[in-house]
Design a protein around this ligand. Structure first.
Ligand code: AGP
Length: 617
């Protein structure tokens, strides 16, 4: 989704800004732009398409000297209001003096636009962002300085924004405001930076201040002043980042997604390290909140509510099966965008669990905010990004340690979320009479998981070959039962995201209640079939498909005894323990979607219309 980078320095900042934008490319965008102040000269360059097109345009402007500036802001736009055009790309300007970049949506942009037009401001784009530029210009007409004008303007906005403002008449500073969309200040030596994601600034600094909701800050080369939502001056903690990521490094793989698929055994080892041993779960790994340890909270938990979006939601649905089956606690899972707009009942002693790779998903954050006001006993976030809004705003947090995930299609974040949720199952189950035998089984399944995933990755060539058969297909059906149903959902999501083939997932018991009507030879049916107690039921569903001429691709345990024939291609997945089977069976489905996308020639790491981190509603 949209990305922001800004810098105030003594040197020309254009390359810092462009490199920052490149590092944010993975988030998904459709146009890019930069505004630079050199002396008192403001130049704005914008292009639709990739950051490389913007970099080329900057290069071409060398002869005019407009490619330089000691202060600048830059942006990658993911269109919400107004089409993908140069006029709609950020930065937006007012009076050839103020330049603004913005992430989020100003929901009351229409009345603001009307009022500003009345005052004589001329709008040249279809965006909601342009009202920010003209609002600030309007407040500046009434006197005062840029900081006050941004504060006043921010007070008139409804919706979400992370915005940065530059005034060419005071070129030594940038003013930023945050409400709903993340912003981080990067501290340099004699220069300072800001961005919507620390990833953008890793080449220039590792020291960050994460702005909080309602903060407005002024940044110069040598100072950072922050005022909170109440207008009080505040000092925010400086955090030393240990994020490892070189955006330019695909580690020899053709795509980040493939690299991230292959990283899974390694990141799973990291996720388990220091948290689980052959003696069981290590005490205290879910932390504490003020006076109460996570363990005390879990001992009182009678109901778990999980909220997330997309792939993270699928992890939550898998966890529902685990928490109810192994930990004996009632659990419901809900999509964040649904939860946030309905009245829901909160049973006594309820624990809220949010799951997110980025920790910045707008709907999940809004759901957490709502839940905190609705009487949940405590909140736990399972998240991949330390210092993210979700982590900071939850009472307890558990980091998945998947490392930076660049591919828009989530892979290693998902499997580490599942490992985290299985550890949560152990932690809650301990208080609910989970038998020692079940606990030991889960512990040893988790310990052997990284090696099992390595073995499963050995299926890549076989799956690559099989993917050929999908290249001319337009639709597909994924089937699973029990805790493999959410894995089928995740497999379908992966395939549609990166290959653009329509894919639907069904709990296979639902087949005859409708989807069976779709079955013919043009509809590949993908089945996940570990050797569990539901196998015989699943086999009946497979026969229902076979009888209607459907073509099946079955990912199955060898002992499930499926065999290749005219109607069925079988891929034998290494035998694994039941509790971790959802994690193991995820791997072949990730590989399948990757190889199908490769054949279809789509943009695997940045699929069309999608963003990595969905920071608007
Ligand atoms: C997964 O492949 C997606 N691109 C998407 O569904 C993602 O999982 C969703 O947007 C939630 O993101 P989060 O985990 O960062 O909150």
């Amino acid at each position: 989704m949209c990305g922001i980078v800004g810098a105030v320095a003594e040197r020309n900042v254009v390359n810092i800004l462009l490199e920052g934008l490149k590092r944010l490319e993975y988030r998904g965008y459709d146009s890019a732009g930069v505004a630079l102040v050199n002396g008192n000269e403001l130049s704005i360059i914008r292009r639709t398409g990739k950051v490389s097109a913007l970099a080329e345009a900057v290069e071409q402007s060398k002869s005019t000297g407009l490619d330089k500036g000691t202060t600048g802001i830059a942006h990658t736009r993911w269109a919400t209001h107004g089409g993908v055009t140069e006029a709609n790309a950020h930065p937006h300007a007012s009076q050839d003096r103020f330049a603004v970049v913005h992430n989020g949506i100003i929901e009351n942009h229409k009345p603001l636009r009307a009022a500003l037009t009345e005052k004589g401001f001329n709008f040249v784009s279809d965006t909601d962002t342009e009202v920010i530029a003209h609002s600030i210009a309007s407040y500046m007409q009434d006197g005062g300085d840029l900081f006050n004008a941004v504060q006043q303007a921010a007070a008139s906005f409804e919706g979400a924004y992370g915005t940065v403002v530059l005034d060419k008449t005071t070129p030594d500073k940038l003013v930023v405001a945050r409400s709903g969309s993340p912003l981080v200040i990067g501290l340099g030596i004699g220069e300072n930076f800001l961005a919507s994601d620390q990833m953008a600034l890793l080449p220039v600094t590792r020291r960050f201040i994460f702005l909080e909701e309602g903060d407005v800050a002024q940044i110069t080369r040598t100072s950072v002043e922050i005022v909170d939502a109440n207008g009080e001056k505040v000092e925010r903690e400086i955090i030393e980042s240990n994020v490892e990521h070189d955006a330019g490094d695909k580690g020899g793989y053709r795509h980040y997604m493939l690299k991230e698929i292959y990283e899974q055994p390694h990141v799973l080892r990291n996720a388990l390290k220091g948290r689980i041993t052959s003696d069981g779960l290590v005490d205290g790994i879910f932390g504490a909140n003020n006076a109460k340890s996570a363990d005390e909270i879990f001992s009182q938990t009678q109901y778990v509510k999980i909220i997330a979006c997309g792939t993270s939601y699928h992890a939550g649905v898998t966890a529902k099966y685990w928490l109810e089956q192994y930990a004996g606690v009632q659990c419901d899972v809900e999509i964040a965008s649904e939860f946030r707009y309905r009245k829901s009942f909160v049973p006594k002693n309820s624990l809220l669990v949010t799951i997110s790779q980025s920790g910045e998903t707008a709907d999940t954050l809004a759901a957490l905010k709502l839940a905190k006001e609705s009487g949940y006993m405590s909140s736990l976030s399972i998240c991949n990004v330390d210092g993210s809004s979700l982590v900071r705003e939850s009472a307890l947090s558990f980091l998945t340690r998947a490392g930076a995930e660049i591919g828009v299609a989530s892979t290693k974040a998902f499997t580490t979320q599942l490992a985290a949720l299985l550890m949560l199952t152990l932690a809650i189950g301990k208080h609910n009479g989970m038998s020692a035998e079940t606990a030991d089984d889960i512990v040893s399944a988790l310990i052997s998981l990284p090696a099992k995933l390595e073995e499963t990755l050995g299926l890549a060539d076989e799956i690559d070959e099989l993917a050929e058969e999908f290249s001319d297909k337009h639709h597909s059906l994924f089937l699973g039962r029990g805790d493999q149903y959410p894995i089928a959902m995740e497999g379908a999501l992966k395939l549609k995201e990166i290959s653009y083939i329509h894919a639907e997932a069904y709990a296979s018991g639902e087949l005859k209640h409708g989807p069976l009507a779709l079955i013919d030879a043009d509809m590949p049916v993908i089945v996940v079939a570990p050797n569990n107690e539901l196998l015989e039921k699943l086999k009946s569903n497979v026969e229902e498909v076979r009888a209607r001429g459907g073509l099946m691709y079955v990912f199955a345990d060898k002992d499930a005894h499926f065999e290749d024939d005219d109607t069925m291609r079988v891929v034998n997945v290494p035998h694994c323990m039941e509790s971790v089977a959802p994690i193991v069976y995820t791997i072949p489905l990730q590989l399948l979607s990757y190889y199908v996308a490769l054949i279809k020639g789509t943009d695997v790491d940045q699929p069309r219309n999608l963003a990595k981190s969905v920071t608007v509603e």
